[in-house]
Structures are given as structure tokens and as C-alpha cells.
Design a protein around this ligand. Structure first.
Ligand SMILES: Nc1ncnc2c1ncn2[C@@H]1O[C@H](COP(=O)(O)OP(=O)(O)OP(=O)(O)O)[C@@H](O)[C@H]1O
Ligand SMILES: Cc1ncc(C[n+]2csc(CCOP(=O)(O)O)c2C)c(N)n1
Ligand SMILES: [Mg+2]
Length: 299
């Protein structure tokens, strides 16, 4: 049996069963970040994320944008938990032939993103891959979330409205390199209309909505005609392209009208759209597709 026979999620399920985890369920694998309660002040968030040449960016991508993307992906995950970034560790495994200027420009991109969204470089590790091999970049970071503001993906409730920010699809045309993580919007949400569940959309709605539903022990009814689609893209692309880095949110229906009205006043330039409703497990529809590292790209 090969990795491509079972795919990414099934592999992770098998792997996490092999090692001990913290008895606190949200401190273990499963959500956008692990949430650690060290007993005082805000809760700590942990995240690690990889960028691989020819998987997440092509060799001709501008290094400044690749650096932005590397950090913005992690900030998007902190935002999805209701949190903010703190300290970053950056691991590089690079071929000896890579121009120094590429790596410096990559770090300038990291700096631009950290200056905009907060967070500090705390260290890293530098290693190599053989000449001709793809560059691998790994970013680990800590963040924090206030005790009354954290949001999991596993706490949606049947009857909740399903909402999405922005428009979906077509990320490969450029957005995947310079997207804006929805940090400001997530902070506003957790302070004013705390979602029942939230995650960021990295692998496509078709992959990530079923993940949120499964984590919450629920089903979902998706209204495909309501999905906000990037101009020029198809519904298929909106569902499956991935790397939208928008927020997928569930909220109680009672507060929906007030939320929508208030959102439109605070974020007139960014859409917030209801795309469906959470249902009980076994009810609702199904979705397949989206990104799987071992199944997409004809691997
Ligand atoms: N190799 C691994 N070992 C242990 N846990 C893992 C491993 N890979 C992923 N996980 C955990 O599985 C869950 C899903 O991982 P994934 O990388 O898909 O996170 P995500 O937030 O859904 O996606 P993204 O990081 O692209 O936003 C996370 O909680 C993550 O910590
Ligand atoms: C060269 C190139 N080919 C394909 C893509 C698209 N892509 C790569 S990874 C991914 C899902 C999220 O990854 P992860 O699960 O690691 O967060 C997507 C949609 C790209 N950006 N660059
Ligand atoms: Mg995520």
C-alpha cells in the first residue's frame, strides 16, 4: 500500500494513533492549530506548515511573494482559531545552487508579512537538499488566543448557518502567493459575533467543509448556487482549487441577520456569504474533491 492509495487524511489518522498526545483534546492534532493551556493568561497556539518547491510554488515565483505566503499561511491558521501570531522558527532545506539573493528576498517577504500582521523571528534551522532537488521550507510558530475568544472547527451545531469570506477559486493565477490572511476579520468576529466553529480554507471547500462537519460530528447542506466564485472561475474551481485562505465559519441562525448587517458596515470590501446549513450527522449532502498531497497532481 502506498501513500497515494489512502491519501493525506487517512495517513494522518493512522500516524497520530501511534504516539501519545496530551489528554486535553484540543492540545492534540485535529484543528488548524493545537491549543495549549499552560494555566495562566491567554492560551498558547502551536502551528507548523511546509512549503515545497513545485508543490506550493514554482521556481520562477518571485521569492518575496513566496516568503509572504510562507508566513501568511500560518497567520491564516492562527486567525482561524481566533488568535494572533507570536514567535516564528524557520527551517530551510535548500539546494547549494540556489542564489543567495533568492533566499534574502524570500526573507524580506517574510519580514513584510510579519511587520503587517505581527510576530517575530525566533530562530530556525538551515539544511540542504541534493542539487537538483526541490527546496523545502518549514515554518513553525507559536501564537496566542484570549480565553474567551478561541474557536475550534469541531464545535459547529446542527442548524448553524455556514458562511464563507471573500470569493473562492482560481488561486493559482496569483492569489496563492499574495493573499491577505483574514486576521482582522477573525479578530472582529470572535469579539463581536463569536462563531460556533471556524477554520481556514486551504485545501478547497470540497475538502475542508466535510472536515469541519466530521470534526463536529455533523453533516452539511451546501447551497452550491450561493457559493461566491472568483470572476472567470467555474463552480468546480471554487470547490476544488484550494489555497483560498478565506474563513469558513459557522454561526447560530439567530444572530445571522445582525452579523451580516454589521459585517457589511465594518468590511464593505470583503463579502461574507451564507453557503449552507449544518445538519445532523448522516443528513445533508456529500462533497468530494479538493487538494490531497498524495492524490492531486497525478502523483
Ligand atoms: N504528520 C503529522 N503528524 C501529526 N499530526 C499531523 C501531521 N500532519 C498534519 N497533522 C495534523 O492534522 C491536522 C490537519 O492538518 P492540516 O495540515 O491539513 O491542517 P489544516 O489546518 O487543515 O491545513 P492548513 O495547515 O493547510 O491550513 C492538524 O491538526 C495537524 O496538526
Ligand atoms: C506549483 C504549484 N502547484 C500547485 C499549487 C496548488 N496547491 C499546492 S498545495 C495546495 C493545497 C494546500 O496545501 P497544504 O495542504 O500543504 O496547506 C494547493 C491548492 C501551487 N500553489 N503551486
Ligand atoms: Mg488550516
Amino acid at each position: 500500500m502506498q501513500l497515494r492509495d489512502i491519501g493525506e487524511d487517512a495517513l494522518i489518522e493512522r500516524l497520530v494513533a501511534l504516539v501519545p498526545h496530551d489528554p486535553s483534546p484540543w492540545a492534540g492534532p485535529g484543528d488548524d492549530c493545537a491549543v495549549i493551556d499552560d494555566g495562566h493568561g491567554a492560551l498558547r497556539l502551536l502551528k507548523t506548515d511546509a512549503l515545497v518547491e513545485n508543490v506550493h510554488f514554482t521556481p520562477d515565483a518571485e521569492p518575496h511573494r513566496v516568503g509572504w505566503k510562507a508566513v501568511a499561511r500560518v497567520i491564516s491558521d492562527f486567525a482561524a482559531m481566533g488568535g494572533k501570531p507570536e514567535h516564528f522558527l524557520i527551517t530551510l532545506a535548500l539546494p547549494p545552487t540556489l542564489p543567495v539573493a533568492w533566499v534574502e528576498e524570500f526573507y524580506r517577504g517574510i519580514g513584510t508579512c510579519l511587520r503587517k500582521f505581527g510576530g517575530y523571528l525566533a530562530g530556525g534551522e538551515t539544511s540542504s537538499v541534493p542539487i537538483g532537488s526541490a527546496a523545502v521550507i518549514s515554518i513553525a510558530a507559536t501564537g496566542k488566543v484570549e480565553r474567551d475568544e478561541w474557536v475550534l472547527r469541531s464545535t459547529a451545531r446542527a442548524g448553524d448557518a455556514i458562511l464563507v469570506t471573500g470569493k473562492l477559486g482560481g488561486s493559482l493565477a496569483g492569489k496563492h502567493l499574495d493573499f491577505t490572511p483574514r486576521a482582522e476579520q477573525a479578530q472582529w468576529l470572535v469579539k463581536h459575533f463569536k462563531p460556533t466553529a471556524m477554520m481556514d480554507l486551504s485545501d478547497g471547500l470540497a475538502k475542508d467543509l466535510p472536515r469541519l462537519a466530521k470534526a463536529s460530528g455533523l453533516g452539511f447542506m451546501l447551497e452550491k448556487s450561493a457559493i461566491p466564485i472568483t470572476p472567470g472561475c467555474s463552480l468546480q474551481q471554487a470547490l476544488g482549487d484550494g489555497e483560498d485562505f478565506e474563513l469558513l465559519i459557522t454561526t447560530r441562525p439567530e444572530s445571522l441577520a445582525e452579523l451580516m448587517e454589521s459585517w457589511a458596515r465594518h468590511f464593505p470590501e470583503l463579502g461574507l456569504t451564507q453557503i449552507g446549513t449544518m445538519t445532523s450527522a448522516g443528513e445533508g449532502g456529500e462533497l468530494s474533491g479538493g487538494w490531497d498531497h498524495f492524490k492531486t497532481l497525478g502523483n
